[in-house]
Design a protein around this ligand. Structure first.
Ligand code: 3HC
Length: 309
């Protein structure tokens, strides 16, 4: 019915095909979890090398999941991996990949202009009913959505690293997101066997809004010489039940990512300035290239790629 202009013209949306842009840690994780739960998925990146890396991330994670789900049954493990991989296509052709998507999830570089450019293109080629969302952790969804004419079908789906393991997804609605779109996003999360929480389009949503200032305050404790990173980590693991202490977590997330988030929030001015005040220790480590696990050195040294200290 093409004469209706209300958002209900697109309802009800049942998502079957998902296209994920970005084959990094987050993108690959989202592709994997979708495929594990019977969605047909296309993973898109700029070149075959990036896609190969994404596939490798998925394969090694799937092996872990398979071993856990089917212990001592190599046959079932292989079947699970093969069935899941069979649901995943890869592509470097953004337009073609958008054309058969019911839902597009963007997990590319955290750059507003780049994301806007991508969505502006996708808006022109994707079907009318296609829902768009971003996995951004630091940019306003509303700003990204502005690049499209489908702000009612635009929201946020914020996953957590490691995606196959972390049960939460923050589902973000802007003032323009329609109820039908939002409901469809919640439904997708549940079908991915994740637990969704509803968030407004605010800096850091829920998790990072709390986690980032907490990590910054941990840095200040160490910078003032009040405790060592090791003791702070031990304290929060054994005293507060966190799986990782704030310094282990900072190394895990990436110190550059943390700095990018706080610098962005400071500029934006929506978060209390004291919570995101710069910390010299963080800026110095990032300037040195000590970015955490991915560079082999952060607050702790890491032997081998992604290895533990
Ligand atoms: N794929 C599949 N499974 C994985 C996995 C992966 N990549 N990584 C870990 N797992 C599973 C393991 O198989 C294991 O499963 P089991 O307990 O059911 O057997 C479980 O996770 C625990 O793994 P390990 O025993 O190897 O290691 P740990 O017990 O040290 O747990 C951890 C690792 C899950 C990463 C845990 O330390 C943790 O939860 N850390 C906190 C992570 C966190 O806070 N993430 C959010 C970061 S913020 C973010 O992502 C937002 C962004 O926008 C900045």
């Amino acid at each position: 019915s093409s004469f209706s202009t209300s958002s209900s013209a697109y309802a009800p949306i049942t998502v079957k095909n998902i296209t994920v842009f970005g084959s990094g840690l987050m993108g690959a994780g989202i592709v994997q979890v979708a495929a594990q739960n019977a969605f047909d998925v296309t993973m898109v990146d700029l070149n075959p090398e990036a896609l190969k890396k994404g596939q490798d991330i998925i394969t090694s994670s799937l092996k872990r999941v398979a071993k856990k789900q089917f212990p001592e049954d190599a046959g079932k493990q292989k079947e699970f991996i093969d069935t899941t991989m069979a649901r995943i296509k890869t592509s470097t052709d953004s337009e073609a990949a958008a054309k058969n998507a019911d839902l597009i999830v963007e997990a590319i570089v955290e750059n507003l202009k780049t994301k806007q450019q991508l969505f502006s293109l996708l808006d022109k080629v994707a079907p009318e009913h296609t829902l768009f969302c971003s996995n951004t952790s630091s940019l306003p969804i509303e700003e990204i959505a502005k690049a499209t004419k489908r702000t009612d079908r635009f929201g946020g789906l914020h996953f957590f690293n490691p995606v196959p393991q972390m049960k939460l997804v923050e589902v973000i609605r802007t003032d323009a997101t329609s109820q039908d779109s939002f409901d469809a996003l919640l439904d997708v999360c549940k079908r991915m066997k994740k637990t969704p929480v509803s968030c407004k389009d605010t800096p850091g949503f829920i998790v990072n809004r709390l986690l980032v200032p907490y990590m910054m305050e941990s840095l200040r404790i160490v910078e003032r010489g009040e405790a060592t990173p090791e003791d702070v980590d031990t304290a929060m693991k054994l005293g507060a039940g966190f799986p990782m202490g704030p310094f282990e977590l900072a190394d895990f997330v990436g110190l550059d990512t943390m700095k990018f988030i706080v610098d962005g929030w400071r500029k934006e001015g929506k978060v209390d300035a004291n919570l995101v005040a710069p910390v010299k220790l963080l800026d110095e480590l990032v300037a040195k290239g000590d970015l955490g696990r991915k560079s082999g050195q952060g607050f702790y040294p890491y032997g081998g790629v992604g290895g533990k200290k």
